[in-house]
Design a protein around this ligand. Structure first.
Ligand code: G3P
Ligand code: CA
Length: 239
């Protein structure tokens, strides 16, 4: 059965990448959550999508230029003001809460635009600290970073994120020891899924918010989807 991952938590109805958004994913029965990680100036792994805080918080500037103390003062409730104070969480905070749930965790390393020295090591250290290696999937648009993660922590699954239609991505993925493809959904069809599965690769397309897209992905036999509306996806999948 296709697993439903709540994208940035339940970003369609709650402030993305915040604790309230992740908790909502458990309430609606999602199989997993997806979250984005970056490093602060003082080396804390924080959960935020953009490289700047401008879009999602009441602050301005690059994530890399804030200490965690400074970042923590910002409110990430930008789109859903009714939820009051929603600080940017640390990865540690999310995993500490998450280890008591049955969720899977797709941790996307946001290191395509900015090179964060030590992001892979620090992220792996936290996953190991909480003993969650078998419930975590690392992903990134930076495929070199995924190769590094595999080398440092072969027990943790790695997945390649990409937008464009690649030539035989199942062969490419094997060269990087990735265990899954996370493609932009229009590049996926039934043949694609069959070929990936033949190469022992999981397929989890992003980001699928419309009902017709969800139905197509379920019919194509994908292993997981990322959606801002997990409740809707679960209803459609289970009906
Ligand atoms: O992991 C799927 C998806 O999150 C990738 O795109 O930009 O939403 O992080 P983005
Ligand atoms: Ca993401």
């Amino acid at each position: 059965m296709t697993k439903i991952f709540a994208h940035r938590g339940s970003a369609g109805t709650y402030p993305e990448n915040t604790m309230i958004s992740f908790k909502e994913a458990t309430h609606v029965g999602a199989d997993g959550i997806e979250l984005d990680v970056q490093l602060t100036k003082d080396g804390t792994v924080v959960v935020i999508h953009d490289e700047t805080v401008d879009r999602t918080t009441d602050g301005k500037g690059w994530v890399k230029d804030f200490t965690y103390r400074q970042l923590r003062r910002l409110n990430a409730n930008y789109k859903f003001k009714q939820y009051g104070s929603c600080p940017i969480p640390t990865l540690e905070e999310v995993l500490e809460w998450g280890k008591e749930t049955s969720l899977l965790f797709n941790i996307e390393l946001k290191n395509s635009l900015i090179f964060y020295e030590g992001l892979e090591e620090k992220t792996i250290e936290l996953v190991r600290f909480f003993g969650m290696e078998d419930r975590v999937i690392f992903s990134s648009f930076n495929h070199e970073s995924m190769a590094t993660c595999h080398q440092l922590a072969p027990a943790i699954e790695t997945a390649l994120l990409y937008m464009e239609k690649l030539h035989k991505p199942w062969q490419y993925a094997k060269t990087l020891h990735a265990s899954a493809l996370h493609p932009y959904h229009p590049t996926v069809d039934r043949y694609f899924v069959e070929m990936a599965h033949r190469h022992q690769l999981s397929v989890r397309p992003f980001t699928i918010n419309k009902e017709e897209q969800m139905k197509k992905m379920f019919a194509d036999g994908v292993d997981g989807i990322f959606t801002d509306f997990p409740e809707k996806a679960i209803r459609l999948r289970d009906q």
